[in-house]
Design a binder for this molecule. Structure first.
Ligand code: 0GY
Length: 297
């Protein structure tokens, strides 16, 4: 059967043949930000989606995990699947305990549904504020979700763009529990690490110990292109300043990359530049994600 979905004309599929990285991650390393897409014939894309991707199924993700030398994945629900977490949960089920998930849920989700997601390995919800990806959600709906997930000990992943940080800060700092910011809050890397906007983000982390950050997506943030010399200082600043609250991920299958199709092996080889000592690498890749996603319960 052919897929009922045709990917967008300008959509660029993930790299078909990434290189084997030279850097070898430590045992137990976690790719803490990646997605599964479809396949569309089995897990239809959401009617309200803003893009139709290339299918990126769990088998391909798990093969990439092994090829890159990682042990586990955190699979984040992407906007093209809306609030239907079935493809993500199916991947968790098939992972043999090697994947945990971050879901997107309705504000009126029932306790039984939440419990089923928890049993499948979901450990957080994602609030997406990026306007090109989702329609706006009322803040009170987010607050209701935050209240519902609190008893489960889940955390909240937030995705926003740098210009929205100032307006969002009162809301973000009012949320209970741990907050994880996607892709460093998407700084404008052309302005350098001393830019007041990035420094405001650093201060937010310094002042709120419940806020974590993913030092992800050099390929999405770069102005200069590979080897991402313009993004590495941002990642390294955060890893060195907040070594116990940083996470790393590939962002495979890299939705909406209109310019660069990143080589995942090249992204892995950036890790020693982002986290220059074995101790920092151990925290970034092993200790922090395992503490957040595989805690003893
Ligand atoms: C990412 C980034 C993007 C897309 C999504 O949910 C999504 O569709 O997160 C993006 O387009 O910036 O984390 O994959």
């Amino acid at each position: 059967m052919t897929t009922p979905f045709t990917m967008d004309a300008n959509y660029r599929p993930f790299h078909p043949n990434p290189r084997k990285p030279t850097y070898v991650p430590p045992p137990g390393a976690v790719d803490a930000h990646c997605h599964v897409f479809g396949p569309g014939e089995e897990f239809p894309y959401a009617p309200e989606r803003k893009y139709t991707p290339c299918d990126a199924p769990k088998e391909t993700l798990f093969a990439l995990r092994d090829f890159l030398g990682f042990d586990k994945n955190v699979i984040v629900q992407a906007s093209c699947h809306g609030r239907d977490n079935a493809a993500m949960v199916d991947a968790l089920d098939a992972s043999g305990g090697k994947a945990k998930g971050v879901a997107v849920v309705r504000y009126d989700i029932g306790d039984d549904e939440l419990k089923a997601l928890d049993e499948a390995g979901v450990r957080g919800v994602r609030f997406n504020f990026v306007k090109r990806l989702v329609d706006a959600t009322p803040r009170e709906n987010y607050l209701r979700v935050a209240e519902k997930i609190a008893p489960l000990g889940w955390h909240i992943v937030v995705y926003f763009e740098a210009p929205d940080l100032a307006g969002l800060t009162p809301f973000l700092t009012s949320l209970p529990g741990k907050i994880v910011v996607d892709h460093m809050g998407r700084p404008d890397v052309g302005k350098g690490v001393n830019d007041p906007d990035f420094q405001r983000f650093v201060r937010l982390l310094a002042e709120h110990e419940n806020i974590w950050v993913k030092v992800t997506c050099p390929e999405r943030l770069t102005v200069a292109g590979p080897p991402y010399d313009d993004v590495v200082p941002f990642q390294r600043t955060l890893v060195e300043r907040f070594p116990d609250r940083v996470l790393w991920g590939t962002d495979w299958p890299h939705p909406n990359m209109t310019w660069i199709v990143p080589d995942d092996g090249e992204l892995v080889d950036l890790i020693p530049r982002i986290a220059p000592t074995p101790e920092l690498q151990q925290k970034l890749l092993v200790d922090n994600p395992n503490r957040l996603y595989w805690p003893a319960r």
